[in-house]
Ligand binder design. Structure first.
Ligand SMILES: [Cu+2]
Length: 121
């Protein structure tokens, strides 16, 4: 009897864990694309699997040599809180850029990641 209760409890815990992992804001698409090459970029656009809190979601961009690139004020797209847009304040010179993002989804879970894109000469 006791063993059965434990078994039910552990499978319930597993189900809850699986559900919350599924609900995290994962990066589904980025513009510039992850690993992609572009002629220029006036904004970084991140599309997540669920809505994010713009106040607590951060993006940094570093350029060739590791210099920080100034970014404008970020926001979610009108009518779609899963799309996070950060304007790039100045034209990007050629080279490899690194985007670091840290998102807080509407369910308060934290996710983060890093990817690179290249601006061609
Ligand atoms: Cu979540």
């Amino acid at each position: 009897m006791r063993a059965n209760i434990l078994k039910i409890a552990s499978s319930l815990a597993f189900a809850l864990t699986a559900t919350s992992a599924f609900a995290h804001a994962q990066l589904e698409k980025a513009t510039p694309a992850v690993g992609g090459t572009v002629a220029s970029a006036s904004e970084i656009r991140l599309e997540f699997s669920e809505g994010v809190e713009p106040k607590f979601t951060k993006v940094t961009l570093t350029g060739p040599g590791g210099a920080a690139v100034p970014l404008g004020s970020a926001s979610t797209a009108p009518g779609n809180q899963a799309i996070f847009v950060v304007p790039v304040s100045k034209p990007l010179s050629a080279g490899v850029y690194t985007v670091r993002w840290a998102a807080v989804s509407v369910d308060t879970h934290h996710t983060q990641g890093t990817f690179e894109f290249t601006v061609k000469p």
